[in-house]
Design a protein. Structure first.
Length: 281
């Protein structure tokens, strides 16, 4: 019994090593969905230069616990992104499912975060000194056009990678792409915590932090997409100069040199000749 147990354990361990990175990817998708659902229930409110009582009310507001939970979920999901890649490379457990679903999980998490941060749930109005209402301000510093730029970059890079990898061109993640993911993974928790505890009103330190964080994230996101566009242009030239091959891997000739005769036509002609021979007999 002991020998069977010892021989079966390595097999189970090997199966778990192959499954664990994919399970972490699926967990990140679930965490992304819960993260977006929590942020959709957030309703923040703020005032300019609140006193001690107003700040205490803000800290006890229902939005703060939700923001803290959302921040924790995002950090855990970002850690699973780094962990599943390390384990897949270490255990040589890279699969097609992981190659497809890992970037999908990343985009669901990051794009969901910035789309929610640019949404109306994080818009607030301050009462200025003269008692008039100010214009609504996006507490997160993430404007709708910023979310559009981040979404456009992800769609563009994903489309380029899908087209050229199908042609055999390596479009694995580059250093700017990894730097972009790190910046986004730091920016989202930082913005959420500042909104929760920093009261980022006009002309405040919290406001400067969220605005600068949002702008840096957008600039890094745009910069990280430029190498992919350059690689796509080079790859398109190389593919254009590559000779066209047939199904056997040999250079294919012009299409007009090959004439196909339908099989039905040849059969009718052959049958007609046989019939004529029989009548002549």
């Amino acid at each position: 019994m002991s020998e069977k147990a010892t021989t079966s354990r390595p097999g189970r361990t090997g199966r778990w090593k192959k499954r664990l990175p994919n399970l972490l990817t699926l967990l990140r998708i679930v965490l992304a969905a819960v993260f977006v659902a929590i942020l959709s229930r957030v309703e923040v409110r703020a005032s300019e230069n609140p006193d001690a009582l107003e700040r205490l009310e803000l800290l006890l507001d229902d939005a703060v616990p939700l923001l803290v939970i959302a921040t924790a979920l995002f950090v855990i999901a970002a850690l699973t992104d780094a962990l599943d890649g390390i384990l897949a490379r270490k255990w040589k457990a890279t699969t097609r499912f992981g190659r497809v679903m890992d970037p999908v999980a990343d985009k669901l998490l990051v794009l969901g975060a910035f789309l929610m941060l640019a949404g109306p749930n994080f818009s607030a109005t301050w009462i200025v000194a003269d008692g008039n209402l100010a214009k609504p301000v996006q507490l997160t510093g993430v404007l709708p056009w910023m979310a559009w730029v981040i979404l456009g970059r992800e769609l563009l890079v994903t489309s380029i990678r899908g087209v050229y990898e199908s042609e055999g061109v390596d479009f694995s993640a580059s250093v700017p792409g990894k730097a972009k993911m790190i910046v986004q993974s730091v920016a989202v928790p930082l913005i959420l915590l500042v909104v929760a505890f920093g009261n980022p009103g006009p002309d405040s330190l919290g406001r400067s932090i969220v605005v600068w964080t949002a702008w840096i994230t957008v600039v890094v996101t745009i910069w990280s997409g430029l190498p992919y566009i350059a690689r796509a242009m080079v790859a398109s030239q190389q593919l254009g100069a590559r000779p066209r091959l047939n199904t056997r891997g040999r250079p294919a000739g012009p299409r007009h040199d090959r004439v196909e005769i339908p099989a039905t036509h040849t059969r009718r002609r052959a049958g007609g000749r046989r019939g004529r021979k029989k009548k002549s007999r």
